[in-house]
Write a new protein. Structure first.
Length: 159
């Protein structure tokens, strides 16, 4: 009889402890600390569409300014919350060089993929095609939205 009473007591205590914990967690709200009383705050207007850090911020050698924004209205794909950087592409030997803005940062890919139209004709002709014997190499990469196919060129790339 004593064993049954003790078991019932611990079962009841466990239920009470679980309910108390649930009530305490529910009382926290989880609302993110919003203290307004029903009024929706107006968004602060932005003076720039770029979220790059201010120019007075010094960065380490392995850091780069990233902009996260929606590209122009003429794009047909959703690009919100997508990180972009500017890369500098140089021919082997270091010259000529060209900076390419708004290059998508894709952490799931390897290498740098640029449309040839992103380079001016001088820069494009200065980048030698990679060959295997007498054949030029090309690459095909498959993505969720399609695929990319093009020649492989040698370049010095600085992010």
């Amino acid at each position: 009889m004593l064993q049954t009473s003790r078991s019932a007591f611990f079962r009841t205590a466990s239920v009470i402890a679980a309910l108390s914990t649930a009530l305490l967690l529910a009382a926290c709200g989880g609302g993110g600390g919003n203290t307004t009383s029903g009024a929706t705050p107006s968004p602060t207007p932005s003076t720039s569409s770029d979220t790059a850090p201010p120019s007075n911020v010094s960065m380490a050698y392995n850091e780069v300014a990233v902009s996260i924004r929606q590209l122009g209205s003429n794009t047909t794909t959703l690009t919100a919350n997508t990180p972009y950087v500017t890369v500098t592409v140089c021919a082997p030997g270091g010259s000529p060089c060209q900076s390419i803005p708004d290059v998508l940062v894709d952490t799931g890919s390897q290498g740098l993929r640029l449309f040839s139209a992103a380079l001016n004709s001088t820069q494009l002709s200065a980048l030698p095609q990679i060959t295997n014997g007498s054949s030029t190499l090309a690459a095909c990469a498959q993505f969720a939205s399609g695929y990319a196919w093009g020649s492989m060129r040698q370049a010095i790339v600085q992010i």
